[in-house]
Write a protein that binds this ligand. Structure first.
Ligand SMILES: Cc1cc2nc3c(=O)[nH]c(=O)nc-3n(C[C@H](O)[C@H](O)[C@H](O)COP(=O)(O)OP(=O)(O)OC[C@H]3O[C@@H](n4cnc5c(N)ncnc54)[C@H](O)[C@@H]3O)c2cc1C
Length: 407
């Protein structure tokens, strides 16, 4: 054990794992957290269930990182998804694997994960202080102390694990970017990722609350497809949300300035011909019903008037009078329900922040700053982010551990 004092700013996923890695290596660890309750964000992850990590192998894991994946190789190899699961088991949290390799606590309780992280970080030489860090102090280009709202904590190294800018009520308000910038680091402009999208069409708000399963969702820009996947989505008062929409958002740059167009295929398992036969069959079984009352088996009730109107077919046409052309138009609308994307929701509502401290100024083998001696970074404050599936927490755990063993 080295006779060193390390301060960790932020008791989130990254900071707590950093402290866990540190506590057997250095004489003293101080965790500076502005909230009296540590790991507030972890407690709300995965809709309260916490998707801790993913069982993906290294290559698949890297493919799920949207920015700067090469930066993550060392960190992931030093503290992998299996190391995280082992740590959870050691702390008494059994895990289970769900669809898409997503790992959850067997108890379905994010609180259990947060408590386990706090337990892992705790020790006789670890002190939690409820203080807000204000500045990192240097002498001769080397970290010497952290100034807080309550005083000054002298230390040999600092691990900056203050998170991104999303969900600021959990404590991550972007203050870490300010500290790093003041010390000479470049901040890649923080933007929202894994964020609901705002759309132009008026009919969208009429569908508020409607969730669609097993749809195909594609996004186009300049006529080119930039994203496509199957999954679930949700209509809201401002636009669209849900897993497939959040994942799509990670692929979109400068939404609002650049034009994006989304297409929903409501029946991806059927091609246009099969869908037309299906509609015909439904019409045959509908007797003299009006069109508006004849699509219940095919579409959710709330969507029917929207699809009929967008297809430009009078809603009260008897199904026996619907022409082939009108039927084909209905089929096309069902396969290509279009939406103009005008923006994203604000960064405060993002699941993660894309952007942050530039990876080019951080040593990927140690997480140490290339500019300031004794300064290390961990977690979402760094310019790395990933898709949903447990990858973002894994980024926090892996970088936290690597920073911890090196600080
Ligand atoms: C609603 C929601 C659901 C999510 N679900 C999942 C999921 O299921 N799986 C997944 O992989 N990812 C999920 N994420 C993303 C994941 O939670 C984050 O990527 C991860 O928590 C980042 O960890 P971190 O330690 O870097 O930052 P944070 O967890 O944000 O921790 C930063 C800590 O630093 C503290 N802090 C900040 N500034 C200061 C300061 N100046 N002084 C003292 N303390 C400070 C904050 O209070 C906070 O406790 C979700 C995110 C959200 C918002």
């Amino acid at each position: 054990m080295e006779d060193r004092h390390v301060a960790v700013i932020g008791a989130g996923a990254a900071g707590l794992v950093a402290a866990y890695a540190l506590k057997d290596r250095v004489a003293k660890v101080t965790i500076i957290e502005r909230n009296s309750l540590p790991a507030r964000k972890v407690r709300i992850t995965g809709k309260g269930r916490c998707n801790i990590t993913n069982i993906a192998d290294t290559e698949e894991f890297m493919d799920n990182i949207t920015r700067n994946k090469r930066f993550m190789y060392s960190a992931f190899s030093k503290f992998s998804n299996y190391d995280v699961m082992a740590l959870m088991e050691d702390m008494g949290v059994a895990t289970k694997v769900e669809r898409g390799g997503r790992v959850f606590p067997a108890s379905d309780s994010a609180k259990d994960v947060a408590d386990a992280l706090v337990k892992a970080a705790s020790g006789d030489n670890v002190k939690f202080v409820t203080e807000r860090a204000i500045e990192i102090e240097l002498f001769n280009g080397q970290v010497t102390a952290v100034k807080t709202d309550k005083g000054r904590i002298e230390c040999d190294s600092v691990i900056l694990a203050t998170g991104g800018k999303s969900y600021p009520l959990t404590g991550s308000d972007g203050s870490g970017y300010r500290f790093a910038k003041k010390l000479g680091h470049t901040i890649i402009q923080p933007k929202p990722s894994l964020i609901p999208l705002v759309t132009k069409e008026k009919w969208v708000s009429e569908l508020m609350g409607l969730s669609l399963k097993n749809i195909a969702f594609s996004v186009f820009s300049d006529g080119k497809k930039v994203y496509s996947d199957f999954g679930e989505m949700l209509f809201t008062h401002f636009g669209i949300s849900g897993p497939v929409v959040l994942s799509a958002s990670a692929h979109l740059e400068d939404v609002g300035e650049k034009e994006y167009y989304a297409e929903i295929d409501l029946k991806p398992a059927l091609d246009e011909k099969q869908l037309d036969s299906r509609i015909l069959r439904d019409f045959e079984g509908a007797g003299k019903k009006h069109l508006i009352n004849a699509l219940d088996k095919l579409l959710p009730k709330a969507l029917i008037p929207v699809i009929i109107e967008l297809s430009d077919v009078p809603a009260h046409t008897e199904v026996t009078s619907v022409t082939r052309e009108q039927r084909l138009r209905l089929g096309q609308t069902i396969k290509k329900l279009g939406l103009k994307i005008t923006g994203t929701r604000p960064i405060e509502e993002a699941i993660v922040t894309k952007g942050g401290i530039s990876c080019s100024e951080i040593n990927p083998s140690t997480m140490e700053s290339k500019i300031v001696k004794g300064l290390y970074f961990a977690g979402e404050v760094i310019d790395v982010d990933a898709y949903t599936g447990g990858f973002n927490l894994q980024i926090a755990f892996s970088t936290g551990y690597l920073a911890g063993i090196n600080a």
